[in-house]
Design a protein around this ligand. Structure first.
Ligand code: AKB
Length: 328
């Protein structure tokens, strides 16, 4: 990786990935782009984050050509709950946007990182130890766009030799940037509510078990996969990765070990609950371990301790957005 373009750089993954890539490859070799002006100006300076709509193929091509990029981390995407509320826009951004990225990668010989998701699976998939190669019949528009993305990445590799690689991320937890409209957002919102109000009203049922990962592991996985020698990869795209799997009740209990007066109640959002109920509980990430040495470092206890430490420290400094509650 010599010159790296990042789309969706102001999003939950993008904010932290941009910083880690800049530290590793040099700030001048990383080109962060975002559709919206970054809400997290503290973390990505406005003047260095370029404005880009991934649906604008010619602007994208111009940028890649001008900056002479050889790698693209394509993070721009609508998440599951928003995609369910805006299915056509989700298709346009998540699928047509990716097609533009793949076409520009084919023309300018770029490698591409594409984040898929546990959302690429559906209720017909085994819920536990979900295999790397399993039936994929997602019921959400988000999941449909993610399966389409996985297949398009395979297609561009097999037909054009584009070096496409990707992961199936679980719900991601981070103390830097908030997620925007996902089903697993509760696992981030809960920390801010715990620190500020000692109470959280959860939109998923207490027993909704899902795979989750702390952001430092998610960032390390993406970079490690992109740095792996191509010859060792059999799957290339859509690697299952896992770190921990828990329910809202288990997460609340772990937070209570640090904040004994924290309480949780449940007010179910039927749309997000239905999405969560259709997703696997725990992925088998054996292929990622075997092919490129994947290993998570943060479990539930370590994640909760680190999140509470950072959010408590930053509470006064970070301009926290109000967590999204409804998408109707
Ligand atoms: C979402 O909830 O939509 C995402 C995901 C699991 O892909 N966090």
């Amino acid at each position: 990786m010599n010159k790296i373009l990042i789309t969706g750089a102001a999003g939950q993954i993008g904010v932290e990935l941009t910083q880690v890539l800049r530290d590793k490859y040099g700030a001048k070799n990383v080109v962060p782009t975002s559709y919206n002006k970054p809400a997290y100006g503290k973390f990505i300076q406005h003047e260095t984050c370029l404005s880009l709509d991934v649906r604008d193929a010619s602007a994208l091509a111009q940028l890649v050509a001008d900056a002479q990029c050889d790698t693209i981390f394509h993070l721009a995407s609508l998440l599951s709950a928003v995609a369910e509320a805006k299915p056509l826009e989700a298709w346009d951004i998540n699928v047509n946007g990716l097609l533009n990225i793949l076409e520009v990668a084919r023309t300018y010989h770029c490698a591409v990182f594409f984040p898929s998701s546990i959302g690429a699976f559906g209720p017909e998939t085994p819920y536990f130890n979900t295999p790397q190669d399993a039936i994929q019949r997602p019921k959400s528009m988000y999941g449909i766009t993610k399966v389409s993305g996985e297949l398009l990445c395979d297609y561009y590799y097999h037909h054009y030799g584009v070096d496409t690689r990707g992961l199936r991320y679980p719900g991601l937890i981070s103390s830097t940037a908030l997620p925007g409209g996902g089903t697993t957002d509760y696992a981030v919102d809960i920390f801010y509510a715990a620190v500020k109000n000692r109470h959280y009203d959860c939109f998923l049922r207490a027993d909704t078990q899902l795979d989750m990962m702390y952001m430092p592991d998610a960032i390390a996985a993406a970079i490690q996969l992109m740095e792996t020698k191509a010859a060792t990869l059999k799957h290339r795209n859509a690697f299952n990765v896992a770190a921990m799997s828990f329910t809202p009740a288990q997460l609340a209990a772990e937070i209570q070990r640090h904040l004994p007066d924290f309480t949780i109640s449940y007010q179910i959002d039927p749309i997000r609950q239905a999405i969560a109920d259709s997703w696997p509980r725990h992925l088998d990430d054996g292929a990622a371990r075997a092919e490129w040495g994947w290993q998570a470092h943060y479990d539930l206890a370590a994640t909760v301790a680190d999140m509470l430490k950072h959010i408590t420290l930053n509470e006064q400094k970070i301009n926290v957005k109000v967590p999204i509650k409804s998408f109707s």
